[in-house]
Design a binder for this molecule. Structure first.
Ligand code: GUN
Length: 723
């Protein structure tokens, strides 16, 4: 979005049938770029809805539209309802005219006022009807605010009361888009309960409520836990709004956890007492000689000059500064989602503030093992009060990890120990450990001590020993990887200090990795390859054998089989059978370019940049014919079963979509009838009709839950139709 001088054109309304729909246009794990379709424009997310106090308009809404391109804002319908002058203009001319703003307007309902002042005088249906009467785009029901100091039973009652108020609110709203806030205080299981119940009702957006005091107290670990408990239980096809969250420092982490909309009065409130928002925290202008970031609004002034201004002018200027910084950080986050680096941005930002670091460390040191305790252990803890069994964070963590993709371009940028806990690395490890299948009964050889590309250093040696009864691994900073996957990202491409590769063998980590591969009680033979001088003879000596012949074919075949297992979820025997009859077209540098089957058909090609595989139509037909389980009839269950070895996931499409998909057109949401439960974003899938006939090869953009709930946007990108 460009900032500019002069007027900007008014937005075009969305298509009538799209009103209220949300679509994803790009993703990075659970972070997403989206479009929310409204009568006052199609709003690009993640975005900030600046709070406008209709009585004090520090920055005019029109300026927000014209200059900053802000596509949506939020104001308070209860404040308008209470002030006779505002109310009568809003009722006669509409809220867009009252605020002089052409974009999407969301309104809040008075819940926050009832939290601050104790009560509000307006009724549940009355406030929704009022929002409808003044023509807002997205209204909010009167939910019950849950404070962090409330007991478990008080919070449970508030969650249930909010659910109870939903039905009359939805009937009053009719076609108007409505916010269904998620409450639950600091109790993860109540957040989950609220998310599940509210998902079942006909809301357009789900704000996460009751988080203002959590943020004010800088309890960011609690915020991360609330987010994880809520998002993993919410219907994914609705945007999630963070009520009262506008500090740019929090954006990367929250976006990485799936936040779509933010609102905040912080840009004005902080400006009033001379505080500047930055992506790394808050700074006071009173102690400042130079700007922390030079934004357009302050480029002609020094902090000292601004301090001398009268309060009103200073507030306006600093509000602009705060808004500009906030918008800039959101742009940075959106670009990071496009680049596949949002987690890395959150990781980097986490070092800026101790409370944020604590939150991030909680997230990344595997919360799956932690118990779902209330987020602060007060003296009357929830478990004592309810006697309920506490669950674990396992499912919530799984929600985060299983939507991850390995970035295709660029390597893994080392960032200390955090690197190895990145969710996409965890996902890559899961696929590796559950899908790769050992074929040797003998010892394990672990090559260590040097950087990739390993084939240049030990390719010939492996040609000479791959027929022996040893399973061959390479130690990488991420963990050991079978030699057959030596060029596969993320293992093959970690940018970091050389000592990560040269360091001593980590026996404990190796044993734990081997267990995950299902290799127990195997002797480990470490082979240092930092010096390749006389390596072959050294290895023959270690293994107690004489010189062996090179078998290039066996080595190359195993590489393709290993990749078919890990990337296509194939069972080893099927992959080996295909490869037994296949030949290769080689590149000049001695790498496989194409794999040709016994009928002379090109079936698959290794992708040299990141070690992946590209499937051809003929290859897809072969893999399709190997399926041993029925055509999927549903979208699977949330409880994951072991699906390894079942082959590429199948996605079943509607007969209306069939001819288009066969011609190579993308599968749109709404046309998917079922899919295998191991369908994952960015993985290759086979698109079939209800009888299981192959229609196309695609790359899923979605999880099974998303395929079952979204109604707009691309579900599967089709690579090639299968005529
Ligand atoms: N603004 C800040 N927090 C909340 C909340 O929990 N509910 C509503 N309706 N508005 C809010």
């Amino acid at each position: 979005m460009k900032w500019r001088t002069g007027a900007r054109e008014d937005p075009k309304p969305c298509r009538e049938k799209d009103q209220g729909k949300f679509e994803i246009t790009a993703r990075d794990g659970q972070a997403r770029l989206g479009k929310l379709h409204t009568k006052h424009g199609i709003v690009q997310t993640p975005c900030l809805l600046p709070v406008i106090n209709p009585n004090i308009r520090t920055i005019e809404p029109r300026e927000m539209w014209d200059k900053y391109g802000i596509q949506a804002l939020i104001t308070n319908s209860y404040v308008i309802w209470k002030h006779e002058k505002l109310k009568s203009v809003a009722l006669s001319d509409g809220v867009h005219s009252l605020l002089d703003y052409p974009g999407m307007i969301m309104t809040d309902s008075g819940t926050f006022q009832s939290y601050v002042y104790g009560d509000v005088e307006v009724g549940v249906e009355e406030i929704v009807q009022f929002q409808k009467d003044i023509g807002v785009d997205v209204a909010t029901m009167l939910d019950v605010f849950t404070r962090p100091d409330m007991t478990y039973s008080q919070v449970k009652e508030a969650v249930n009361e909010t659910v109870k108020r939903s039905t009359p609110s939805i009937s009053t709203a009719q076609e108007m888009m409505l916010n269904g806030p998620i409450q639950g205080g600091i109790f993860p299981e109540l957040r989950a309960m609220s998310a599940k119940k509210m998902s079942e009702l006909n809301f357009s957006v789900h704000p996460i409520g009751g988080i203002v005091p959590v943020m004010e107290q800088q309890k960011y670990t609690n915020l991360a836990k609330i987010m994880l408990a809520t998002k993993s239980n919410l219907s994914p096809n609705r945007p999630v709004h963070m009520f009262g969250c506008g500090h740019p420092m929090l954006f990367p982490m929250l976006i990485a956890l799936g936040a779509d909309l933010f609102d905040s009065a912080a840009y004005v409130l902080f400006a009033r007492d001379g505080r500047l928002l930055t992506p790394w925290g808050t700074e006071k202008i009173s102690e400042m000689e130079e700007w922390p970031i030079i934004m357009p609004s302050v480029s002609n002034h020094t902090p000292a000059e601004v301090r001398k201004m009268n309060k009103e002018d200073r507030t306006i200027l600093l509000s602009r500064f705060n808004l500009e910084v906030t918008l800039q950080e959101l742009s940075r986050c959106r670009q990071a989602v496009r680049d596949g680096t949002i987690w890395r941005l959150a990781e980097r930002r986490s070092h800026q503030h101790p409370a944020l670091r604590e939150a991030f460390l909680w997230l990344t040191t595997n919360p799956s093992k932690a118990i779902l305790e209330p987020l602060i252990l007060d003296e009357i803890s929830a478990s004592k009060e309810t006697g309920e069994e506490k669950g674990r964070w396992e499912e919530n963590w799984d929600w985060l990890v299983s939507a991850q993709q390995t970035p295709r371009n660029g390597g893994e940028s080392w960032g200390g120990n955090d690197t190895f806990n990145r969710p996409h690395i965890q996902m890559a490890m899961r696929n590796l450990h559950s899908r790769w299948q050992s074929q040797k009964r003998g010892d394990v050889i672990v090559f260590h001590g040097t950087t990739p590309p390993w084939r240049d250093k030990i390719g010939e040696l492996v040609d000479r020993i791959s027929n022996l009864d040893y399973e061959l691994f390479i130690q990488t900073p991420i963990g050991i990887v079978p030699y057959g996957l030596e060029d596969l990202n993320p293992w093959a491409h970690v940018e970091g200090p050389s000592w990560m590769w040269n360091g001593a063998l980590d026996h404990i980590k190796i044993q734990s990795d081997l267990e995950k591969f299902g290799l127990v009680n195997r002797r480990v033979i470490p082979i240092d390859i930092s010096d390749t001088e006389d390596l072959h003879n050294r290895v023959f000596e270690i293994l107690g054998i004489g010189p062996t012949e090179r078998d290039i074919e066996a080595n190359k075949t195993r590489q393709i089989i290993d990749k078919m297992c890990v990337l296509y979820n194939m069972n080893y025997r099927d992959a080996a059978d295909i490869m037994a009859d296949s030949t290769y077209v080689m590149s000049r540098t001695g790498r496989i370019r194409n794999v040709i089957n016994s009928n002379g058909a090109h079936i698959v090609s290794p992708r040299l940049a990141e070690g992946g595989l590209s499937l051809t139509v003929e290859g897809a037909k072969m893999l399709h014919s190997l399926r041993k389980i029925p055509v999927p009839k549903s979208f699977g269950t949330k409880k994951k079963s072991d699906c390894s070895g079942n082959g590429l996931a199948w996605v079943v499409v509607d007969s209306d979509a069939e001819p288009f998909v066969k011609q190579g057109r993308n599968v749109m949401h709404g046309f998917v009838l079922a899919c295998d439960e191991w369908t994952r974003p960015d993985e290759t899938v086979l698109i079939v009709n209800q009888s299981g006939e192959l229609l196309a090869i695609g790359r899923s953009q979605s999880t099974p839950e998303e395929l079952s709930t979204f109604k707009k946007g691309i579900a599967i990108k089709v690579r090639e139709g299968c005529p």
